[in-house]
Design a protein around this ligand. Structure first.
Ligand code: SF4
Length: 342
């Protein structure tokens, strides 16, 4: 008999003990075409030195979740309508704007996919990296320049002292992403959110950036949230995965558990669609159909129009997050059958 996990990946740990605990987060966008239900009751936690991968297709709600945590949602049209975002036990949504900004600016940092558009093309990277030291610590120009060089060295940019005056377009894509990471690290955040940090890069550079992030995490003890659509990227670096679909977490598990045997048909589909070195031959399968409209979500399980395991009740009853094991949940009425099918 299945037990319900009252909320996603909830271990028997009080929220205050986690570095970050997101509870029942619900975000909607009020548009002319209707209300877009972008994030629908998402729960997860992150601890120090831990890497949580949030995985899903475009429009699954993963980036909106990150923006809500960072406080960079465009409001309007985006609104957080329910839930809590607890940093070391304190719900930042209940803080005064000024205190909220302090937590989000200094304790939680974020890097984005497109480093070129995130950097200002008319200022040197040294100026942009030194800005944190000037604004937050009142550093002089020469102190800020020294801080910028140190940051560039931390992210292993060669000849940092010579290149500190160069402009963003003078760096390669991989080096620009390193500069973004350096900028995010300037205030020694406890949490780094990396939103598709390697998508625009080629495979070798992707691996270097992931190694760099892992090394920095070892050095600083920060928690890392890695947002990606690519299951291949997270295999070596993440501790846990939360799989999102249509604004909900449909499966959460330790990485090796999900790779060994997914417990949700959507995770199973994602795994079947990536090449694996441990399984030679065989065909890569795409998940049929397309993600649903977030304005008009299907009744019952949102995945039912694409699901091979679907039964009659799936179109009627919304699946809660069932407890598969102590640290694993699946929002599928038939998760036992999915596990048994492998
Ligand atoms: Fe498929 Fe039903 Fe499970 Fe949804 S609840 S994933 S439709 S079997």
């Amino acid at each position: 008999m299945s037990t319900l996990l009252p909320q996603a990946d909830r271990a028997d740990v009080p929220p205050a003990a986690h570095l970050l605990a997101v509870e029942d987060l619900t975000v909607e966008f009020r548009t002319r075409r209707g209300v877009v239900h972008a994030v629908n009751g998402v729960d997860f936690h992150l601890d120090e030195r831990e890497t949580l991968a949030i995985l899903g297709e475009s429009g699954s709600g993963k980036s909106v979740t990150a923006q809500a945590i960072m406080g960079i949602l465009d409001t309007p049209p985006g609104f957080i309508t329910r839930g809590a975002i607890r940093y070391r036990g304190t719900d930042v949504l209940t803080l005064r704007e000024e205190d909220r900004r302090k937590v989000r600016g200094q304790k939680i940092a974020m890097i984005f996919q497109d480093a070129l558009s995130a950097l200002n093309p008319v200022f040197s990277v040294g100026w942009q990296l030194g800005e944190m030291a000037r604004v937050h610590r009142g550093a002089s120009r020469s102190e800020a320049k020294r801080a910028a060089i140190e940051l560039m060295e931390r992210v292993r940019i060669p000849n940092a002292a010579q290149r500190v005056g160069a402009y963003p377009h003078e760096f390669s894509g991989g080096m620009r992403q390193r500069i973004m990471i350096a900028m995010a690290l300037a205030l020694n955040p406890d949490i780094l959110i990396a939103d598709e940090p390697t998508t625009a890069l080629d495979v070798t550079v992707q691996a270097q950036i992931m190694q760099l992030l892992a090394g920095l995490q070892d050095e600083t003890g920060m928690g890392l949230i890695l947002i990606t659509h690519d299951l291949g990227v997270v295999a070596d670096v993440a501790d846990r995965i939360a799989v999102m679909y249509a604004g909900k977490i449909v499966e959460n598990a330790r990485v090796h558990d999900i790779y060994a045997r997914p417990a949700h048909p959507y995770s199973e589909g994602l795994l079947a669609s990536i090449p694996r070195v441990d399984q030679r031959g065989g065909k890569l399968e795409a998940i049929r159909g397309a993600p649903p409209s977030l304005i008009d979500l299907p009744p019952g399980c949102s995945f039912h129009p694409r699901c091979d395991y679907r039964r009659d009740n799936c179109t009627r009853d919304v699946p809660p997050l069932y407890e598969v094991s102590a640290d694993r949940g699946s929002a599928c009425h038939y998760w036992q059958e999915v596990l048994g099918a492998q």
